[in-house]
Design a protein around this ligand. Structure first.
Ligand code: ADP
Ligand code: MG
Length: 391
């Protein structure tokens, strides 16, 4: 197989039978933990997922939704209850065939939140470690290990730290070592479990850009766990939102952002308010009129109109609101609402206002630099195509 290959060629690696090396296929995966008191926790509850070779897949969801368990099942660190996992056409786990490869035989790179480095060993020895285990030893000559370590350290920009003990490094530097270890092996797939959670905010943003660039350059398939939606949006080709061990929605970040299937996804991806509404009926081609808690709204429904009388939620994105030009009472047209500024927060790129509209408080980030004081009355408009309905 490909383990003795040097660096993956740019783009996708291919196995002998011509299928992309790092394509991941997960079928009907289940994993239930049994707690000490005998209660059973369904951590993974029927997951089907395909990740194309050479793409960046991000698993997003709140604490406890099963992200780490799914990653550990792929790595072979956790034994699923049933289902199957294959990478590059090679079966890693298949309950029907009672097959399960050891973590070593899966040859994946892994980067953990906790770095998982040997503190007493040098940087170089840590990076070399997976290539020097008994199982891998036959695959790499001593010279090749040295070359791979040097190249990996240079790639993550810490060539000068090779001889240092881990204990002498900062958190950000330690995570670079873990990253070097994950890529030195030349794996087709690298798994990341909240790798930047313990790193300073500033270093975090830089490192995630570097991880992205590295993935693009080396062409491995990345599966990256985070609960940070900004990180998820920036990194993902495919964003997978998990909820209680199931996939709530998977797709391109833009797709999840513009057309979330549920309030849960709308809430998790971007800044959204969801207001309750009842469908009044059609309002022209591809649009419906709804009666909502902030007034009547016309909403584009490209995917088809829900039936009249249906109870729905209207997803409102803070940045889609426009300040009406005519002042608080000037705008009375379509999708105009009138409100009062309650509070504001300066976010650098924009100012976010909390605007009371009746009993509802909306988050509003209008374009432009108008500064609105609390108590200011205003009219806001929003385009029907920027609105989205969820059940
Ligand atoms: P996440 O990484 O999304 O925070 P986890 O995969 O760690 O979630 O956990 C998913 C669920 O499984 C949670 O309810 C958690 O309490 C439970 N769980 C995780 N590991 C164990 C374990 N070793 N024993 C029992 N329950 C566990
Ligand atoms: Mg976790």
């Amino acid at each position: 197989m490909t383990v003795t290959d040097t660096r993956p060629a740019r783009g996708r690696r291919r196995t002998d039978d011509g299928t992309p090396g790092g394509r991941i296929e997960i079928r009907d995966l289940q994993k239930t933990y049994t707690r000490n008191d005998g209660t059973r926790v369904p951590a993974i509850d029927g997951i089907d997922l395909e990740v194309e070779a050479g793409t960046f897949c991000v698993l997003l969801g709140p604490s406890g939704c099963g992200k780490t368990t799914l990653l550990r099942c792929i790595a072979g660190l956790e034994q699923p209850g049933s289902g199957s996992i294959a990478v590059g056409g090679r079966s890693f786990y298949d309950s029907a065939r009672r097959l399960s490869l050891t973590p070593q035989d899966r040859r994946l790179g892994m980067v953990f939140q906790s770095y998982a480095l040997w503190p007493h060993m040098s940087v170089e020895r840590n990076v070399a470690f997976p290539m020097t285990t008994r199982r891998a030893r036959g695959s790499f000559s001593k010279q090749e290990v040295r070359d791979r370590v040097a190249k990996a350290l240079a790639t993550v920009d810490i060539a000068e730290l090779g001889g240092q003990p881990i204990s002498a490094l900062s958190g950000g530097q330690q995570q670079r070592v873990a990253l070097a270890r994950a890529i030195a092996f030349g794996s087709d797939v690298v798994l990341f479990d909240e790798p930047l959670s313990n790193v300073d905010a500033k270093v975090r943003v830089q490192l995630r850009q570097e991880i992205h660039a590295l993935q693009r350059e080396l062409g491995f398939t990345a599966v990256y766990v985070t609960h940070d939606q900004e990180e998820a949006m920036e990194l993902a080709d495919t964003l997978v939102v998990l909820r209680k061990g199931r996939i709530e929605q998977a797709g391109a970040p833009r797709q999840l952002y513009r057309t979330p299937v549920s309030r849960y996804v709308a809430d998790f991806v971007g800044t959204a308010d969801v207001v309750e509404a009842t469908v009044l009926g059609p309002a022209g081609e591809g649009q419906v009129r709804v009666r909502s808690t902030i007034g009547d709204l016309v909403v584009a429904v490209p995917g088809g109109a829900p039936s009249t009388g249906a109870e729905v939620g209207v997803v409102l994105r803070a940045e889609d609101w426009r300040l009406a030009a005519g002042g608080p009472t000037g705008e009375t047209g379509r999708n105009a609402v009138h409100g009062t500024v309650r509070d504001s927060a300066y976010l650098g790129a924009a100012t976010q206002y909390l605007v009371d509209v009746g009993d509802v408080t909306l988050r509003v980030r209008p374009q432009g630099s108008a500064l609105l004081a609390p108590g200011h009355e205003l009219a806001l408009t929003i385009d029907p195509t920027d609105l989205h309905l969820v059940p």
